[in-house]
Ligand binder design. Structure first.
Ligand SMILES: Nc1ncnc2c1ncn2[C@@H]1O[C@H](COP(=O)(O)OP(=O)(O)OP(=O)(O)O)[C@@H](O)[C@H]1O
Ligand SMILES: [Mg+2]
Length: 450
């Protein structure tokens, strides 16, 4: 069996989730990656949890310790999801990071265990070394014969190195590839023989005086030396899930783009695991354990938890980071109460990182960063009152008021958000506490804003 693997862009999921954390660009650790700085990379405070996250990041980077699970537990709005995003931002682009929310696995039209299996396999990368044959040289001439009927195109490409010159016949696909890259005589190019992909390397120095053919950002390169055809080693990383999808006969390659993959047969996965194991023995592939982040993990039920327990034992496993804001609660699907709603056998194998509520200074700092991120100018008094709201209600609620208060300010043609705008916004949009009070019995105003 031969397997197809193609490089994949990192998946971006849950756009709204990312927007709320768009100010976070990392964990904000010092150069050694050990100590968190008080304010850095959009991160404020929560030092202990960030330090712990730094240690986890190290484990992931070393790529050796997989199959571990971490639970981030703490009250709402204390940065659990934010810290997971910080970890994701700090990982190299070829280390997979997958996010799912506990409730998500129930809403898909595949079984819960299939959804989890796919999430696990998305979080395990396979770094593959491949040799491909390439043609690299400077274009001497491109000659295209247009057929009278306009259909098939044919042509010739003359290409050289400092040592040799050859003429290749061109088919329609290659002609299109060259046209797309806007290749002209005097360009140094590289052609992947297997895929026909054309890459422009730059403009040959010998043409540096053809002013009309170049823009200001033209890159000049030497004319390639030696043989025109060479073997070159390329490395790319794909997830096990991508390999599953591409190679499962019913779905194939297009399913990757539609996102609709359905269930994948167990035999396909077994074959792929066997093949990957073979590649590892031959030194052609390396496993890159990534991170699977399961947010709102208390939404999972006992079946899902026992699946995770088993999956962590597997030889191919990512690091699993879970987050919850529940304390003692029942595990779904049982009548047992346990810490964070996790069954005891799973609790037993995880390490727990806890987050704590922020003080006023930290809240002010986070709100300031959010306002900058949303390009909103807050008057100092408006910031003070938002900070107070953040303390009494929740940080997330206060952060959400920034955008609404800004709209109210814009309505009165002000570019600065003043106290009044925040107050209007606060009275228009309830936080959960006031909303509940409002629905149960009418009382006088919940919180005095002065
Ligand atoms: N330490 C921090 N530094 C910067 N921004 C933060 C920090 N903690 C939280 N935030 C921001 O505050 C908002 C709420 O935090 P977050 O969503 O991470 O809370 P959470 O602990 O996941 O809450 P929940 O239990 O409700 O899911 C987000 O916009 C987040 O980016
Ligand atoms: Mg969260």
């Amino acid at each position: 069996m031969s397997l197809t693997t193609i490089p994949q862009e990192k998946e971006v999921r849950g756009l709204n989730l990312i927007a709320a954390h768009s100010h976070i660009t990392g964990l904000g650790l010092d150069a050694d990656g050990l100590e968190p700085k008080p304010v850095s990379q959009g991160m404020v405070g929560q030092l202990k949890a960030r330090k712990a996250a730094g240690v986890i990041l190290r484990m992931v980077r070393q790529g050796k310790i997989a199959g571990r699970a971490v639970l981030v537990a703490g009250p709402p709005s204390t940065g659990k999801t934010a810290i997971a995003m910080g970890i994701s931002q700090s990982l190299g682009s070829d280390v997979p990071f997958t996010t799912i929310s506990g409730s998500e696995i129930y809403s898909l039209d595949i079984s819960k265990t299939e959804a989890l299996t796919q999430a696990f396999r998305k979080s395990i990368g396979v770094r593959i070394k491949e040799e491909t044959e390439i043609i690299e040289g400077e274009v001497v001439e491109i000659q295209i014969d247009r057929s009278v009927t306009g259909g098939h195109k044919q042509g010739k490409l003359t290409i050289k190195t400092t040592d040799m010159e050859t003429v290749y016949e061109l088919g329609t696909k290659m002609i299109e590839g060259l046209a797309k890259e806007k290749v002209i005589a005097g360009d140094a190019i590289s052609i992947d023989k297997a895929t026909g992909r054309v890459t422009k390397l730059g403009r040959s120095y010998s043409r540096s005086r053809d002013y009309d053919a170049m823009g200001a950002d033209t890159k000049f390169v030497q004319c390639p030396e030696g043989e025109l055809q060479r073997r070159k080693e390329v490395i790319h990383t794909v997830s096990l899930h991508d390999i599953d999808v591409i190679n499962s006969r019913t779905q194939g390659f297009l399913a990757l783009f539609s996102g609709d993959v359905g269930e994948i047969r167990a035999e396909v996965r077994e074959q792929i695991n066997a093949k990957v194991a073979e590649w590892r023995e031959e030194g052609k592939a390396e496993i890159v354990p990534g991170v699977l982040f399961i947010d709102e993990v208390h939404m999972l039920d006992i079946e899902a938890f026992s699946f995770i327990n088993r999956a962590l034992e597997d030889e191919l496993a990512p690091i699993v980071i879970m987050a919850t804001n529940r304390g003692l609660t029942t595990t779904r699907g049982t009548s047992d109460k346990s810490a964070h709603g996790l069954p005891v056998d799973l609790l037993d194998r995880i390490i727990i990182v806890s987050t704590h509520p922020y003080n006023a200074d930290e809240i002010r700092e986070i709100l300031t960063i959010r306002a900058q991120e949303e390009e909103v100018d807050l008057h100092a008094d408006a910031l003070a009152i938002l900070t107070k709201i953040g303390q009494e209600s929740s940080l997330r609620y206060a952060a959400n008021l920034i955008a609404t208060a800004n709209l109210i300010a814009a309505k009165r043609k002000s570019t600065i958000v003043e106290v009044g705008d925040v107050k209007r916004s606060y009275s228009l949009f309830l936080d959960s506490k006031r909303s509940v009070e409002f629905l149960s019995e009418p009382k006088e105003g919940a919180m005095e804003l002065n």
